[in-house]
Write a protein that binds this ligand. Structure first.
Ligand code: SF4
Length: 394
């Protein structure tokens, strides 16, 4: 689970990808769900079948007590094997680390100021200061936290600077460095273009040159470390390049699948990508029979619901009525079969029931239930036969 503990941050990185509703706002999210308490964080971790938590922001140390409170509660609830890692900046202090250790943090990932490392005129001293500060803070982290690493975006054309970071921190040594492919978002897009960067293609949010920089920096660092070590190869640090496609397709997919399994209703199907599929019938345009004395505002009286009820026991149909949205939800395959039958047989109803709409909806199993696709199954005026039974279906 990703626990976004606050959107507050003391830096203004030009490549910061945080969205408008999170950036510099003191809000908490567990995955994509906005939360206001520890119970909700525990609930989200359960729903997603999480094996651990990545605490991020903003900068979590700006809300150190809240961070430790959530961290400790998650550890207490799920046990010590529930792995917890945290992302933060070089503003971390010994006091923060003491608190994080007591709360049970397993791993910490530091993020230096990349702007200070860029080799531009008269910025040499800033670069040296930043590198020394990184080494100092990583060394401090090693005293308190079991696993210590660095995580940075692979900014195009920073091959030498990133290689230098790897060489420096390999001497401490720290456990790993993660180089993330640079991606654009709605908030950093203009900044990245102003810096002269371009999109890699028009079907992803990857930035051109980021992957090349990451791989080149790793190779450069390896060569330097080997060349400067008389006794042979001494590469203590693990280096990972994380392409955005891998992050999206593996981490996100696993999270969605776990969440979908826990929230899917009986009538819903789960796709290989972790999305949910359901059939929808809009009943607001269904009308009750002209001479009917029944209450037309009661959804239980509309023809489609009556049809489902009529067939409920025999077909084992599981459905749900959403009165706020005037929708009936049911298994998408079953809905397709019903609609196909109506179309193929041009069923004449005893009475006119009016128009209705039917769809297959595919959506994220997240709290906002973002719909990615809605496929209409019927667009013309059908007539329903309430006596339609299982034996008539394919
Ligand atoms: S440290 Fe992270 S959250 Fe803060 S501005 Fe930089 S990228 Fe954004």
């Amino acid at each position: 689970m990703v626990l976004f503990i606050t959107g507050l941050c003391n830096r203004k990185c030009y490549y910061c990808p945080l969205s408008e509703n999170r950036k510099n706002k003191d809000v908490i999210y567990a995955n994509e769900r906005k939360i206001s308490g520890i119970d909700e964080a525990i609930d989200e971790a359960k729903i997603c079948g999480s094996k651990g938590v990545g605490i991020t922001g903003g900068n979590p140390i700006l809300k150190i007590d809240r961070t430790c409170e959530y961290l400790k509660a998650l550890k207490d609830h799920f046990g010590k094997d529930f792995h917890a890692h945290l992302y933060t900046t070089l503003e971390i202090t010994e006091e923060h680390l003491q608190k994080l250790k007591e709360a049970g943090l397993d791993e910490i990932r530091l993020h230096p100021r990349m702007e200070n490392l860029k080799n531009q005129d008269k910025k040499e001293d800033k670069k040296e200061v930043e590198l020394n500060k990184l080494v100092e803070k990583l060394t401090l982290c090693k005293k308190y936290i079991k696993k210590v690493g660095v995580e940075i975006p692979a900014i195009p054309n920073m091959d030498d600077e990133i290689s230098l970071i790897i060489q420096k921190i390999n001497e401490i040594p720290v456990d790993f460095i993660n180089l993330n492919e640079l991606e654009y978002s709605e908030t950093n897009y203009t900044n990245l273009l102003e810096k002269g960067f371009n999109e890699k293609n028009d079907y992803s949010s990857r930035m051109q040159g980021s992957q090349e920089t990451a791989l080149n920096a790793i190779n450069l660092a390896k060569k330097h470390i080997i060349a400067n070590n008389k006794e042979g190869y001494n590469l203590a640090i693990k280096m990972h390049y994380c392409p955005s496609t891998l992050k999206d397709s593996v981490q996100m997919k696993n999270r969605l699948i776990n969440r979908a399994k826990n929230v899917a209703k009986e009538y819903e199907l789960i796709t290989d990508e972790g999305l949910l599929i359901k059939g929808i019938v809009k009943y607001d345009e269904l009308i009750v029979a002209e001479k009917s004395t029944e209450d037309s505002n009661n959804p239980e009286n509309n023809p489609f619901v009556q049809f489902l009820k009529y067939n409920e026991l025999e077909l084992g149909i599981d459905y749900e009525i959403n009165t706020c949205k005037s929708e009936i939800y049911l298994n998408p395959i079953l809905l397709e079969e019903i609609i196909e039958y109506i179309k193929e047989n041009n069923i004449e109803a005893e009475k006119e029931f009016g128009e209705f709409r039917a769809y297959i909806s595919e959506y994220y199993p997240t709290v906002d239930k973002l719909e990615v696709q809605r496929t209409p199954l019927i667009t013309k005026k059908p007539k329903l036969n309430l006596k339609l039974r299982k034996k008539n279906l394919k």
